[in-house]
Design a binder for this molecule. Structure first.
Ligand SMILES: [Zn+2]
Length: 738
């Protein structure tokens, strides 16, 4: 099948909600490694090019991968794909669905396999040698995509099938597939003049280079900068686990003193939550929020200006008013206006909630006679204190009940209840790293093979941060049944040998989230690979995964799987009640820091071809929307990897909120019926949402499942925000926002 985007963008698409797309490139040693890559053997024996062999319909040959094989394999696979395309476009028979659209679905199989493994290396096994290959191949892959979408003879044939009155005799899946090919070609510039096509292609390659530089700059600021903790006094307030990890960070960096805090989200956020040293919190905060914005060699501002101008130029060439309009056309939201409307509807009650949260924190600080006004570097620290005071919930009290492996069993059990899946561990397939484990998925009743699930839970160097799902192989039935292979990846720090790995409540939720993506892929039951599994619009893809998060807190899962690692006793009901009560806590902060980023993203891409100074634009936009001064954007513009390390989430960061509206509303379908394990609702969920991939318009699919369009009220309830009239009143009585 022909892919409209390079493969690795798929993994980026399904990162855990809100968890940043952290850059995972490094800039050092690229030249020398590139020289090594040049001398690689381009011979026929390249194992990356082979069909996947082995059990379960074939599995990726991870045991045979050599980095030096990537470049020749990608080049050969691209050549092969172009030859396949040429055969289709040179066909002298009149264009039909079979000889054009279905034929396209059969192309690019080798490239698909090679680029899948290439993407896995990029996310999990990156090294200077690999990054050199990437720096060279990414622009080539971008140019390759353009060569296909700009193939005039091929587009003519697609257009004939698309406009053929006979099209209505095709199945609805075939009609949608035809629509998708046609619109994607048009959206990529198939109807442009030769000059305009050349320019679009130049722009794409220039952008690919800028994206790589953006990511490398960000990674440099995350790797090279850190906060030094010199004496025991610098550790004040930190729990033992944080002291330990700060200690090992210092050792790894070979610096004196008692610890170091890395300039990454997973290190900075806990430090801001627990450190009682306000001066150090401020230092850590400034370092973190200024990534890519230090006016030095790694500054991203000039890159952003250039990216925005190139995107605006491309949108104009393609016939759209702005990049945002181009990006949203095929999304569920359809227009930037609809996305903005939703964001602004949630923004107001979220800011009103922030006022209340800040008031609570200020009261607490005043009681402590801290003599301060809450600043951004105080937010997490005082929020944690309020959490303890108001909800009596200590995260460290919850952790002993959350064992990674037990929760994994809990996920399997939920998949059995809702999807009738059974997971069986297997050891007869190769893995890219000894820590990776594999399960076969079968139907609980019939025993029929469903697919494979790979699990790579631990952090290591060369692996990008965050958590994600990756589809190694999509389900399809084009020429016989092909089953799904998916992976879930995370960055848990491996526990001491023999001790169970304990995780936080948030991590447990993320685990279920990524598993939701995996189940979406595994449930797929379609004919054509392009429409399979998680290949759905960006603002829809997070819906199934966010939905699955709800099941972690069902009593059934907690009773059986949230058991104390020492006593084996289930988590006490009162602690669960506290977790549930606290679930709406700090939602003002979480929503505002997210929405501020989403709004700035959309406005940057609605601004057209104006030459934008990112810092000034960000300040102006935040002032206009009334950003509370106590909060900073979750991703400031110079470090907004979602938006500037690829086209990925550009004008698309709103997607998490859009999907969450569907999620909250869909879960109420269960609670309105017999509860989270209601068989009839689960059957509808499978039938209309999880199995159909992109064969149905998402808005129609949702309507089939729910019996009506989604409503935003459920989201407001879930986040504990005032809705409708109440929100208006709340806003009027709130103090003016600075
Ligand atoms: Zn996700």
């Amino acid at each position: 099948m022909f892919k409209f985007l390079p493969r690795w963008s798929v993994a980026v698409a399904i990162l855990a909600s809100g968890i940043g797309v952290s850059a995972f490139f490094m800039s050092d040693r690229i030249e020398s490694a590139r020289a090594a890559a040049e001398t690689a053997d381009p011979g026929e024996s390249n194992p990356l090019l082979a069909t996947w062999a082995g059990p379960y319909g074939g599995v990726p040959p991870f045991d045979k991968v050599k980095v030096s094989d990537f470049r020749p394999a990608l080049e050969k696979a691209m050549d092969e794909n172009l030859a396949e395309i040429d055969r289709i476009s040179a066909d002298t028979a009149p264009a039909t669905f079979e000889n054009t659209i279905a034929a396209l679905e059969r192309t690019g199989r080798t490239l698909d396999r090679v680029s899948t493994i290439y993407g896995i290396w990029s996310s999990n096994m990156s090294s200077p040698e690999f990054r050199a290959v990437e720096g060279e191949m990414d622009p080539k892959l971008a140019a390759f995509n353009d060569r296909i979408t700009q193939n005039e003879a091929l587009f003519k044939r697609i257009e004939v099938v698309y406009n053929d009155p006979e099209k209505r005799k095709l199945t609805s899946e075939q009609q949608r597939l035809t629509w998708r090919y046609y619109t994607n070609f048009v959206r990529a510039g198939a109807k442009l003049s030769p000059e305009a096509k050349t320019r679009v292609s130049e722009v794409n390659q220039q952008l690919a280079k800028l994206y790589t530089r953006f990511s490398q700059n960000l990674l440099a600021d995350e790797n090279d900068r850190f906060l030094e903790l010199k004496t025991d006094a610098d550790l004040a307030g930190l729990p033992q686990s944080l002291r330990d990890s700060a200690g090992s960070e210092a050792k790894e960096r070979k610096i004196p003193g008692v610890g170091a805090i890395a300039n990454t989200r997973s290190s900075i956020e806990p430090f801001l939550t627990y450190s009682s040293r306000r001066d150090l919190r401020e230092k850590a905060f400034q370092m973190f929020v200024n990534r890519g914005d230090n006016g030095d060699a790694h500054d991203n501002n000039a890159i952003i200006t250039e990216v925005l101008q190139l995107r605006a130029e491309r949108a104009k060439l393609l016939g759209y008013p702005t990049h945002a309009h181009w990006r949203l056309e095929n999304a569920m939201a359809k227009t930037p206006e609809r996305a903005m409307e939703l964001m602004l509807a949630v923004w107001k009650p979220a800011v009103a909630r922030v006022r209340e949260e800040v008031a609570d924190m200020q009261t607490l600080a005043d009681q402590e006679r801290a003599g301060i006004r809450i600043e951004p570097w105080d937010y997490r620290y005082y929020a944690e204190k309020v959490r303890k005071a108001k909800y009596d919930l200590d995260q460290n009290e919850v952790k002993p009940y959350l064992q990674l492996e037990k929760l994994r069993e809990g996920m399997f059990w939920v998949a059995g209840e809702l999807f009738n899946f059974k997971f069986t561990p297997v050891t007869d397939v190769p893995v890219y790293q000894p820590d990776v484990r594999v399960w076969e998925v079968t139907d609980k009743t019939s025993g029929k093979h469903v697919g494979m699930w790979y699990f790579d839970p631990y952090a290591r160097s060369g692996k990008r941060s965050g958590a994600w799902m990756n589809a190694y192989r999509n389900q399809e039935k084009l020429d016989g049944e092909v089953t799904t292979i998916v992976s879930n990846n995370a960055n848990f720090v491996k526990g001491k040998h023999g001790e169970p790995l304990l995780i936080s409540w948030d991590d447990a939720v993320t685990l279920f989230h990524e598993f939701g993506h995996a189940l979406h892929g595994l449930s797929s039951n379609v004919t054509y690979p392009t429409l399979s599994g998680t290949n759905v619009p960006r603002d829809y893809v997070e819906f199934p995964s966010q939905l699955l998060e709800h099941w972690v807190e069902t009593p059934e899962v907690l009773q059986k799987f949230a058991v104390n690692y020492e006593t084996g006793k289930p988590i006490p009901q009162e602690l669960v009640a506290k977790i549930q009560k606290a679930s709406k806590f700090n939602q003002g902060f979480a929503t505002v820091e997210y929405l501020a980023s989403a709004l700035v993203d959309m406005k940057l891409h609605l601004a057209g071809s104006a030459k934008i100074d990112p810092d000034a634009f960000e300040r102006k936009t935040l002032a206009e929307i009334g950003m509370p001064h106590e909060i900073v954007m979750r991703h400031r513009t110079p470090q907004f990897g979602h938006v500037f390390s690829s086209d990925g989430y550009s004008a698309g960061y709103y997607s998490y909120l859009w999907s969450d509206v569907l999620n909250a509303d869909a879960f109420e379908a269960f609670t309105e019926a017999g509860g989270p394990y209601d068989k009839a609702v689960a059957a509808r969920l499978r039938k209309y949402i999880f199995t159909v991939g992109n064969t149905v318009d998402p808005a129609d699919a949702y309507r089939e499942f729910r019996g009506r369009d989604p409503r935003v009220e459920a989201l407001m309830r879930k986040r504990g925000f005032a809705t409708g009239e109440t929100a208006e009143e709340g806003r009027k009585s709130a103090k003016p926002i600075k």
